[in-house]
Design a protein around this ligand. Sequence first.
Ligand code: PLP
Length: 415
Amino acid sequence: MRWNLSPDDLPTAWFNVAPHLPAPLEPPLHPGTREPLGPEDLAPLFPVALIAQEVSAEPTIEIPGPVLDVLRLWRPTPLVRATRLEEALGTPARIYFKDESVSPAGSHKPNTAVPQAYYNKAEGVERLTTETGAGQWGSALAFASSLFGLECMVYMVRASYEQKPYRRMLMETWGARVLPSPVDDATHPGSLGSAISDAVRDAAGREDSHYSLGSVLNHVLLHQTIIGLEAKQQLELAGERLPDVVIGSCGGGSNLGGISLPFVPDAGVRLVAVEPESCPTLTAGRFDYDFGDTAGLTPLLPMYTLGHDFVPPPIHAGGLRYHGDSPIISSLVKAGRMEAIAYPQSKVFEAGVQFARTQGTVPAPETAHAIRAAIDEALAAKEQGEERVILFNYSGHGLLDLSAYDDYLHDRLMD
Ligand SMILES: Cc1ncc(COP(=O)(O)O)c(C=O)c1O
């Protein structure tokens, strides 16, 4: 019920979805001039290698050896069939999940933190700044920075900083400095958009620093495709040809992109994005150019957005509280190649608890969104008497999110 690959089976190149997109992506625009961005506009914030990946049309991009060496600390990750959950649901569907919770930081985020730290170090950068929502991304970058000898400064959304002190402690253990964001308003719950503004402002003002983003951008989704590439190999070992449906929770789109993009060329495979009803970017947002942050410092990206000044309610899935979405994911949804669905958090925690009580492990609140959708797919298959093959991304564990489960179990959770 578990398919492990050997360290030698680790993919050695990332999958670039660009040549497979239904339409070429519109270019990002300069925040001041609204003209298409050139590589030189991004150079103060990102290393050249990542800027090149952002616009690459190559079908694959080789993973550098030192990055593979670090990824092998926990990769390849297991593919698991959730047979106990299937039994509890009484479904003929086969539910598989890719367990990204086994990384040192407990989520998929180190898959891109490691190459980002590597490329920055290789180009002489000494310090990285970033934002974090639930603290998963910040802890991933703190971990990667410590391995490559970089300083790491994390601006953490204040609502999560207060709800999740253990993530801050984890980041500090890996040597990062952590501040609640927005830094200039101690009464504000914060949002990913405002934390990005704080981190970009910091990096732009210092010669020794670059900025690092944990989601949304093309190069981040590229790095995450290692998830879907491994899953393809493992499904074959499990005797499956292709899944009928691939599901991921969607904050900025990185874990969803990671598991689903390698399946884009497989026309019959349905791809499903799952988001919170309180931050319904794909299901109720508009497709437009918008800033990635609250203050309007970042380039304008073509994406589904709720408006860059939208402040989502402080739900527990802090990593899904983002007003925008990856341009790649947005273009797939716009073209009808990917579906999107939204759930209130009570339904999400119900699914998270059902998973914990059948499969054993406690998922992150973000991950529980994907589990909700996987359960609903399995129940629909049961109703239709169909043997559906469901693959979802188990993007992270919830062992540092237990206060959220406490709120759910003691009726303190609001939708
Ligand atoms: C465990 C987990 N899953 C999902 C997400 C959502 O982010 P993304 O859409 O970039 O995968 C996050 C973000 O912090 C996360 O920590």
